[in-house]
Design a binder for this molecule. Structure first.
Ligand code: SF4
Ligand code: SF4
Length: 74
């Protein structure tokens, strides 16, 4: 059964450093066109189905803004 992962980003913890966007091996993440409460462009999920659950993004984020969970495949 295929594994399915859900990436969640707390937009208001993000400081827009782009580390997660630039290091995701599957281009799942992208920077927003809006700003968050701190005034930064934030990371958001642009292509959820492509996520392979490697968690590079979550380990890399200096602000602990990202969580990656495995979900039951339908
Ligand atoms: S878990 Fe891996 S594939 Fe999924 S968004 Fe994060 S870095 Fe990209
Ligand atoms: S690594 Fe964290 S702080 Fe940097 S852009 Fe991604 S979510 Fe935002």
């Amino acid at each position: 059964m295929a594994k399915v992962f859900k990436v969640t980003i707390d937009r208001n913890r993000c400081k827009g450093c782009t580390l997660c966007v630039n290091n995701c091996p599957k281009q799942v993440l992208a920077m927003s066109k809006e700003i968050n409460d701190k005034g930064y462009f934030f990371s958001e999920v642009a292509n959820q189905p492509a996520c392979i659950g490697c968690r590079f993004c979550a380990f890399m984020c200096p602000d602990v803004a990202i969580t990656v969970e495995q979900e039951e495949a339908a």
